[in-house]
Every structure is written in C-alpha cells, then in structure tokens.
Design a protein around this ligand. Structure first.
Ligand SMILES: Nc1ncnc2c1ncn2[C@@H]1O[C@H](COP(=O)(O)OP(=O)(O)OP(=O)(O)O)[C@@H](O)[C@H]1O
Ligand SMILES: [Mg+2]
Length: 250
C-alpha cells in the first residue's frame, strides 16, 4: 500500500471524526424525537375515537356488538401502550438540557418519599430511609433526579409483587455523594444484568425498556456513575455516585 494513502490517525482526524459522529447522532436523535411527537397527535385522535366507539358498542347487546366491543377494547389498550412508549422515549431523548443547582440529596429523597408513600403502602412496600447527616451538596437537575428515583422505585416495586422493603440510603464515600436504592425483590440473573441498560431491553410484558437507560443517561450527564448489585431471589441494589458540588458550603 502506498504510504501516502494510509489513513491518517492524528488527533485532528480523530477530532473531526468524533465531531461528525456527534452531529450525525444529534440529527438522528432530533429526527427520532420529532417522529415520536408526530405520532403522538394522530394516536390521541385514534384513542379518542375508539373511546366513542366503545361507548356506542357498550349500549348495544347483540353478540356481534359484544364481539366488536372486545376487539375495539384490545386496540384501545394497545393505544395506551403506544402512548406510554412514546412518552418514555421522549423523556429519554430530552435528557441533555440541564438546569443544575446545588442540592441536598436528602431533600430529594424526602420529597420523593412524600409523593411515593401512598402508592408504596398500597403495594405492601415499606420504605426505609437511611439518610446521612451533613451530606455535601451535589449539582443536580432536581426534576430529573426525581425521575431517576421514580424509575428505580418503579422497577423495585415491580420486582416485589408480594411487597417488601425499599431502602433509600445517602452517604459519602471517597469524596463522592452516594445514593443507593435497595429492594428485597426477585433480583436479576447475570444475563439480565448484562443487558439492563440497553435501550428497549425489557423482561416485562408491557415494559418499554427505557427506564434504566434514562436513569443512566441522567446520572452520566451529571458526571456520575451508576452501579448495580443483584442476586436472583434476594434483591437488587443500585448505587449512584455523584461528584460533590464545588461550592458545597452549607
Ligand atoms: N429492581 C429490579 N429488580 C429486578 N429486575 C430489575 C430491576 N430493575 C430492572 N430490572 C430488570 O431490568 C430490565 C430493564 O429495566 P428498565 O427499567 O430499563 O425497563 P422496564 O422496567 O422493563 O420497562 P420500563 O421501565 O420502560 O417500563 C427490566 O425489564 C428487569 O428485567
Ligand atoms: Mg422500568
């Protein structure tokens, strides 16, 4: 091979390739987001008309109408699934624009518990908070981190169909602030753990498989990491590590 034709691998070429990939990625992400939006409107028209059709059919009592009612109800249910998928997808695609402020993770956890407590109680789940005193502040988008807790707790709840304990811990380790979400649920096999952060990976019948990828993306755009320990039959622990806010004076 003519040495002049050898691919350049200097820093400039790498930086250019990286830039090109990034702009291609951004374009695809924005197209996908736009597509999801475009699907949402006609879908809600479809759902609305199915609701009207369901009302009409419910008024009739011939066997034919009852059969039609069942079929329309099935289609209506699929609309709900599609709507949820689109919302989850848009939520995933939106992560990136941050409104960061120094915040106390203990306040976040308490706010989350206030909102989640009634639902947890109904599902037989005991929430057990262990919050460290004098926790340094972290620079976070508070609203996005409520989403993180919501997604992780929803998974925990789904893993404990007969109830259990959901532990929420905050503490510091090696100059990082930690937030752990621990459940006493069914746990995960090694195979599931290997794929759990893949977009659209789900072991659930009606799961979008976007819950954990969204959580991971939120944590990573904050300069944090997320780690999982899980054992089938025993439960699961997700540990989130965040850098201490540089202006963390309290
Ligand atoms: N706490 C947990 N206990 C047991 N399995 C879990 C837990 N959290 C996640 N998983 C596994 O990881 C998979 C991926 O989780 P993820 O939240 O991304 O998607 P999902 O819950 O299936 O669907 P979605 O969150 O979009 O409704 C789940 O289907 C489940 O198999
Ligand atoms: Mg989930």
């Amino acid at each position: 091979m003519d040495p002049k034709q050898q691919p350049q691998t200097d820093h400039h070429t790498l930086a250019r390739d990286h830039e090109r990939l990034q702009s291609q990625y951004a374009e695809i992400a924005s197209l996908a987001g736009g597509l999801a939006h475009e699907i949402r409107n006609p879908l809600s028209t479809i759902a609305l008309n199915l609701d009207l059709l369901l009302e009409d059919l419910a008024a009739g009592d011939s066997p034919r109408e009852r059969r039609m009612l069942q079929k329309v109800a099935t289609v209506r249910k699929q609309c709900v699934n599609l709507e949820r998928l689109l919302n989850d997808f848009l939520q995933f695609a939106r992560v990136g624009t941050l409104e960061q402020e120094p915040a106390d993770l203990n306040v976040l956890v308490k706010e989350f518990i206030d909102f989640y407590q009634p639902q947890a109680k109904e599902q037989g789940i005991e929430i057990s908070p262990h919050l460290a005193a004098n926790l340094p502040l972290v620079n976070i988008d508070f609203r996005l981190f409520l989403q993180v807790l919501t997604n992780l707790s929803r998974n925990a709840q789904q893993a404990m169909p007969r109830g259990g304990v959901l532990e929420l811990q905050t503490y510091t380790r090696d100059d990082r602030v930690m937030l752990d979400i621990i459940d006493t649920g069914e746990g995960m096999t090694v195979e599931t753990q290997a794929k759990m952060f893949d977009t659209f990976f789900s072991t659930k019948q009606d799961g979008s498989g976007l819950g954990l990828p969204t959580v991971q993306k939120i944590v990573e755009v904050h300069g944090g990491t997320i780690h999982c320990d899980s054992e089938p039959g025993r439960g699961t622990r997700f540990s989130i590590q965040l850098p201490i806010a540089t202006n963390s004076k309290r």
